[in-house]
Write a protein that binds this ligand. Sequence first.
Ligand code: CP
Length: 314
Amino acid sequence: MEELERGPVRHLIDPMDLSVEEVEELLNVAQDIINNKDKYREACKYKKLATLFYEPSTRTRLSFESAMMELGGNVLGFSSAQSSSVSKGESVEDTVRVVGQFADIIAMRHPNEGAPKLASMYSPVPIINAGDGGHNHPTQTLTDLLTIFSEKKKLDNFTIGLCGDLKFGRTVHSLIKALSRYEGVKFVLISPKELKVPGYIITEVLEPSGLSYKEVTSLEEALPELDVLYMTRVQKERFFNEADYIRLKDTYILDKKKLDNAKEDMIILHPLPRVNEIAADVDSDPRACYFKQVLYGKYIRMALILKLLGVDVK
Ligand code: CP
């Protein structure tokens, strides 16, 4: 009989669930994993990760699964609601109460904002929010922080341009929250007026932080001052009206020519998938970091799994 009583369970639902010190600890563990992979090969032997994905994913689900495998653990789960009893009407609450008997930790993606939070109230094991609607994507944020930290050697005193769909892009909301805790970060929010960041990001995150921010519409004008450019796709699946999506989807297309006006050491990030917003001719530019970013995502998820399972690797 598996043990039914467990200690206090720690979840990751919002990027702010982790203190700045805990983020630093995760970044350090991820870098140690990168440098000492063998040390971690059996760290999660006999442990199981369940990936409950009610929404499509390539990177997040597979990087979680790959992360657990590289730690010596096993994975189970579903990649669409249709292939589980959710299609018969089973609630999120019941699903995690059940899966929590089979797995030691759960990564959940759901189209409804707040669904992973609700799950965490019923789950006997840690829940990781792998993206909830247009709300948050905290493990993408950890990925982004590890990428910036590894490439720029700091998380403070730089200017970041976030470009594209700032309204529906959950990775943008989570990243702004996380970066709002570091000194001297300047935000340039580049979007058409229809896709500006939600008001709460301005009033509850940026204004209280005291950090510099501005909302602009021109990528070309913003480029010269940026140290980090974070491109995003227009989130087709969150639009109510297809005509609006078609009108806005190609507002920003970064190509090699535009990069002539960017700093030599600027880095280009994108949570991916991309559609048209970064032309293929940018991929070979040394500033393009978005495929490297995917790999950082696996290492930071390894570090997170270890932390939430309470596994300490010496
Ligand atoms: N960045 C990201 O969340 O990608 P997927 O939707 O493929 O998981």
